[in-house]
Design a protein around this ligand. Structure first.
Ligand code: SAM
Length: 251
């Protein structure tokens, strides 16, 4: 409060706000969310657990192809694409399958950076995203569906996914198992997650978020038929908490 008073309530650009003040603001926001979170906890405790996967999916079926898919700001896909390139995801003639392409952040970066690939196939739960992507990238293919159950008639060389697998309830194991089944020999899956061991619905009651430990990730990848697991990290933009654990998994 004193800090705000000191700047006479003027809105400062992010770069001028000290990190300690930004952290304090985030803590205060989290505190304000506590009553709402308790309400949702109660709702979740009272509803049948088998309703939860659908609750988590509903949020994404309604999603629009805009910056609200990426921290409410436009984020370039360059950092992820460069990491995926370094880990061998791209090459001439390769088919890339993306889970949850959203508004096309990764594909836009892949094209702009000129990484080689032949075909890009995106699977997204949101019909709005699929319609937007089909119009924006008419030469690529986008399928409306749930990564856990979609039946893709493609042979993939790489699976990529960013900022998405954390939203699949109760875990992304079924999605990875389903799509790893489409990987050609020598194929690779490259995806990011939040490292840790929390899982919760956000105060909207629909947005599920699960963090993963490295042991959990090794187990999931192994059961999905991709036991050769390596870790890296990807810093999506200049915001320190937009750093994610990158998983690279092969058969
Ligand atoms: C947080 S957004 C991230 C969008 C994009 N990957 C990016 O990084 O800009 C999550 C995206 O995944 C999609 N999604 C969520 N759950 C999914 C599922 N089970 N199967 C396919 N797509 C899903 C959502 O519709 C949304 O487009």
């Amino acid at each position: 409060v004193r800090y705000n008073a000191a700047v006479n309530g003027r809105r400062l650009s992010r770069a001028l706000v000290p990190a300690s003040i930004r952290r304090l603001r985030q803590d205060l926001k989290a505190l304000r969310e506590v009553p709402e979170r308790l309400d949702w906890l109660e709702t979740l405790l009272l509803e049948p657990p088998e309703r939860r996967p659908e609750r988590a999916r509903e949020r994404w079926r309604e999603a629009a192809p805009d910056v609200h898919l990426t921290w409410a700001r436009s984020v370039k896909g360059d950092a992820f694409i460069e990491k995926a390139r370094a880990h061998g995801a791209f090459g001439p003639g390769k088919t890339i399958v993306e889970v949850g392409p959203g508004y096309g952040r990764l594909l836009e970066a892949a094209r702009r950076l000129g990484v080689p690939y032949e075909r890009w196939v995106g699977v997204d739960l949101s019909p709005h995203n699929v319609a937007h992507l089909t119009e924006r990238f008419p030469e690529e293919r986008f399928v409306e569906g749930d990564a856990s159950t979609v039946e893709l008639d493609v042979e993939a060389d790489a699976l990529v996914s960013s900022l998405t697998l954390k939203h699949i309830y109760p875990s992304f194991e079924a999605a990875l198992t389903n799509l790893a089944g489409r990987l050609r020999p020598g194929g690779v899956a490259v995806f990011d997650v939040i490292e840790g061991s929390r899982r919760y619905f956000e105060p909207d009651g629909k947005t599920y978020i699960r963090w993963y430990t490295r042991d959990e990730l090794r187990g999931i990848c192994e059961r999905a038929g991709l036991p050769d697991v390596a870790f890296d990290e990807v810093q999506h933009d200049d915001e320190p908490n937009h750093r994610r654990l990158l998983v690279i998994a092969r058969a």
